[in-house]
Design a protein around this ligand. Structure first.
Ligand code: ASP
Ligand code: MG
Length: 414
């Protein structure tokens, strides 16, 4: 990331999401911001998403002509969303008197595998990007899309423009990569839930990934994984003002001094318990293979220590998946001679996340004590190296988040 393309000239990659380019006025706003960045003496590559709602609209259109469109044609269709935005953004910049050119993913040299609708980037040859930059252009690249080596159009999965931005920043060895979005950055907790939540100055890739998988999704997770793999430092910030955002970067020693970086919550969870499962090899495999074969995504899994040859197995999943899980599991409960299946919704997950947990002890105790002092019952617990997650009654999740946020001193200035 520290290579300077030209003396005193920085190469900046900026990504603007769907809300930031959601109407013509906002596209003009982006055009002005991009021009200001160039006028400050930088080369600028801009990655844009489809205008907000457009990708969903295209998916809906496809369903109206076919119940089962091929994924190849879905990609041809979906890629038009971003293609609209690159052309409009380039036009807007041109109209303001500056040189800009739009490039599709293929023209920007983004080569992917052939897995339509969720393709992986294989490599990037940004030859045209460099040529146009050297010629004084602002280069606008379509997010979310690429092409296979046979020239088929592919897309990178929902939210994939983030991935385009990170991957392009890595390929052109940008000095700075900025992800402009409709939030101010990454917060210690959702400010709508915890009014005292604070914008983080920095966060490590692993913390960002844990927070995303626990409900605080600011960016596509694959893009953060890619950034981690290639050590791309980037900033998440708002496109509606000039406030600095949150820097996402490899972890440093000093980052471990902060024990808890943030608190995430996830509502709409449900819990399934299979009671008195015979404790013998193959029963857990039977249950979870059936769940997986039905395409159901589950989260926490807890198995009790077996008492007199049977055990209880519980797991959580999204509330919407509960009816499907019941249908799949009811025959299996009989088949494996378990006693009962209990399904319950109205629960939510609270997670506290921080790489400092690796070197600090007592974090779990501190969280459990804080919840207990508030009289909030913990129904399930799970941990990873940098996360402690608990299931609580959904009606009390906001209170639990505030309690945890307070207990770890997250609201106060450092
Ligand atoms: N337009 C695509 C989507 O809505 C990609 C993106 O916005 O990043 O998922
Ligand atoms: Mg998006």
């Amino acid at each position: 990331m520290a290579r300077f393309p030209r003396k005193n000239v920085s190469l900046i990659v900026q990504k603007y999401g769907g809300t930031s380019v959601g109407n013509p006025e906002r596209i003009l706003n982006v055009a002005r911001r991009v021009i200001a960045t160039q006028e400050a003496g930088n080369q600028v590559v801009v990655v844009v998403s489809a205008m907000s709602g457009v990708t969903d609209g295209l998916i809906k259109l496809a369903r109206e002509v076919s119940s089962n469109p091929t994924e190849r044609e879905m990609d041809v269709l979906l890629a038009t969303g971003e293609q609209t935005t690159i052309a409009l953004t380039a036009m807007a910049i041109n109209a303001l008197g500056k040189k800009a050119v739009s490039l599709t993913g293929a023209q920007a040299g983004i080569l992917t595998d052939g897995v339509h609708t969720k393709a992986k980037i294989a490599n990037i040859t940004p030859r045209q990007v460099h040529q146009f930059l050297d010629d004084g252009h602002i280069v606008i690249v379509a997010g979310f899309q690429g092409q296979t080596s046979e020239g088929r159009i592919t897309t990178l999965g929902r939210g994939g423009s983030d991935l385009t931005a990170i991957a392009i920043a890595s390929a052109v060895k940008a000095n700075v990569c900025q992800i402009f979005t409709d939030v101010e950055g990454v917060f210690t907790c959702d400010p709508r839930v915890v009014p005292g939540a604070r914008k983080l100055e920095e966060i490590s890739y692993d913390e960002m990934l844990e927070m995303a998988s626990s409900g605080s999704k600011v960016m596509q997770s694959r893009s953060v994984e890619f950034a981690k793999k290639f050590a791309v430092v980037f900033e998440v910030r708002s496109s509606f003002n000039n406030n600095p955002g949150t820097i996402v970067k490899p972890e440093t020693r000093s980052m471990e001094n902060v024990v808890i970086r943030g608190v995430s919550i996830e509502r709409n969870q449900a819990k399934v318990t299979i009671v008195n499962v015979p404790d013998k090899p193959g029963t857990a495999a039977r249950i979870f293979t059936a769940i997986a074969d039905a395409g159901l995504v589950i989260d926490m899994i807890v198995q009790n220590v077996s008492v007199s040859g049977t055990t209880d197995i519980s797991f959580t999943l999204n509330k919407d998946e509960l009816p499907g899980a019941k249908t799949v599991l009811e025959p299996i409960v009989t088949e494996i001679s378990a006693k009962d299946l209990i399904a319950q919704d109205g629960i939510a997950k609270l997670s506290v996340v921080g790489i400092g947990m690796r070197s600090h002890s007592g974090v779990a105790a501190q969280l459990f004590e804080a919840l207990s002092a508030a009289g909030i019952n913990i129904q399930m617990i799970s941990t990873s190296e940098i996360k402690i997650a608990v299931i609580v009654e959904e009606a009390r999740i906001a209170e639990a988040a505030n309690v945890a946020h307070e207990a770890f001193g997250l609201g106060k200035a450092k």
